[in-house]
Design a protein around this ligand. Structure first.
Ligand SMILES: Cc1ncc(COP(=O)(O)O)c(C=O)c1O
Ligand SMILES: N[C@@H](CCSC[C@H](N)C(=O)O)C(=O)O
Length: 400
């Protein structure tokens, strides 16, 4: 269990990210990098199985412990867990919801999240209400003091970058529904930019595949819990279902987390320039770092930055397709949060699993282009985007 009340000095988050607590894993050789304990099982000398900290890697592994202890510190969680993917993190959390209980979730959500929620509502006897989570009143209107078990938020949302007032929603939920947990998918921010447990959420989870890993070489999920009782239930599910992250991937994740601060600063400063460039071209740009964003102040009040994912509308699906296919430096790919920049049309890729009629009802524009900004030189990114727009037939305005 992590002692978050430790009297050790608090440093900036960028510093904390780099320094791993050397007490988290015992190492007889003072290795500078946490060793990879690539083992399924552990020996003990006692016939009753006692006397050893670990018995079997499904239940716990020292390399996994190292990254979990580190992430608990970064997320200011009572306890954190790492699992095989971001979707596994959500799947584990959904096991806390029983038949007959209800979930309130956003109407703009990652496509895979929508798919899993649709599955539990169709086959698990769990009602899911999809509402516009930018409105505290719309969320409140669905709260049921007895039935509501989870309120699931993305803020910013993927892909429309909409912001929820996490503090206000937490307060309404906790005042109205004693059994409900507020769960935030904080993937779009990473723990570097937004701490939702400090905003009052009960559980924060991430697709660790994105900013935390940072290099498109690893799938992982992270769950941080504010309370010990919830953490116990989460650990039970992870051990019982065998969803914990393997030793090598735990090591890779720990390595990625150390450089999260510097990567995010660069990705975000690039994203600011790109958002300004697109806005100057007259596109409707979704990005909370733009002063023109209606949710600029709200987002600023909860986070320390707008992140490195933005989306924009061209007004024409065929034009968007031409822009995406004309880019050279920007790879056409799903995912985000990594060092290289990506471009995609969510309705055709990451959100294609949401049926077209549902996308329409939820006002997800088919022409939307999503940009996931990396650490390249911003001039190269802007010039490649400008040339893709020109090739696609857009008259690009020169800088003033
Ligand atoms: C916001 C968000 N949450 C969760 C996930 C799921 O993560 P993973 O791909 O690691 O399962 C994704 C993307 O896949 C995502 O974009
Ligand atoms: N074929 C995959 C698509 C993954 S999308 C990954 C990421 N969350 C994103 O938003 O780009 C699937 O169906 O899950």
């Amino acid at each position: 269990m992590v002692d978050t009340s430790s009297s050790s000095p608090r440093y900036h988050l960028a510093t904390e990210l780099v320094h791993i607590d050397s007490d988290a894993v015992k190492d007889n050789y003072n290795a500078a990098s946490v060793p990879i304990y690539q083992t399924a099982t552990f020996k003990t000398s006692n016939a009753d199985g006692s006397g050893s900290e670990y018995d079997y890697s499904r239940s716990g592994n020292p390399t996994r412990t190292a990254v979990e202890v580190h992430l608990a510190k970064i997320m200011k969680a009572q306890r954190a867990f790492v699992v095989s993917t971001g979707m596994t993190a959500l799947d584990v959390i959904l096991r806390l919801v029983k038949h007959g209980q209800e979930i309130i979730a956003g109407d703009d959500l990652y496509g895979g999240t929508n798919r899993l929620l649709t599955y539990v509502s169709q086959y698990g006897g769990i009602k899911v209400h999809n509402v516009d989570t930018t409105s505290v009143d719309k969320v409140s209107a669905r709260l049921d003091p007895v039935k509501t078990r989870l309120v699931l938020l993305e803020s910013p949302t993927n892909p429309l970058i909409k912001i929820a007032d996490i503090r206000a929603i937490v307060s309404r939920v906790h005042n109205t529904c004693p059994n409900a947990l507020v769960v935030v998918d904080n993937t779009m921010m990473s723990p570097y930019l937004q701490n939702t447990l400090e905003l009052g959420a009960d559980i924060e989870y991430h697709s660790g595949t994105k900013y935390l890993a940072g290099h498109h070489d690893l799938m992982a999920g992270v769950i941080g819990c504010a309370a010990a009782a919830v953490a116990e239930q989460v650990y039970f599910v992870i051990n019982a279902s065998g969803s914990g992250l393997g030793p090598f991937d735990s090591w890779l994740l720990l390595r990625g987390v150390k450089t999260l601060g510097i990567r995010m600063e660069k990705q975000q400063s690039n994203a600011m320039l790109i958002a300004a460039f697109l806005e100057a071209q007259g596109f409707r740009v979704h990005y909370p770092g733009l002063k023109s964003s209606p949710q600029y102040e709200l987002h600023r009040s909860m986070s320390s930055g707008p992140g490195a994912v933005l989306s924009f509308e061209t007004g024409d699906v065929a034009l968007s397709e031409r822009v995406v296919e004309s880019a050279r430096l920007w790879g056409i790919s799903v995912s985000f949060g990594c060092i290289n920049s990506l471009i995609s049309m969510p309705c055709k890729m990451s959100h294609a699993s949401i049926p077209a009629e549902v996308r329409k009802q939820r006002h997800l524009p088919e022409d939307l282009i999503r940009l996931c900004v990396g650490i390249e030189h911003p001039d190269d990114l802007i010039s490649d985007l400008a040339s893709a727009l020109t090739k696609a037939g857009v008259e690009v305005k020169a800088k003033d």
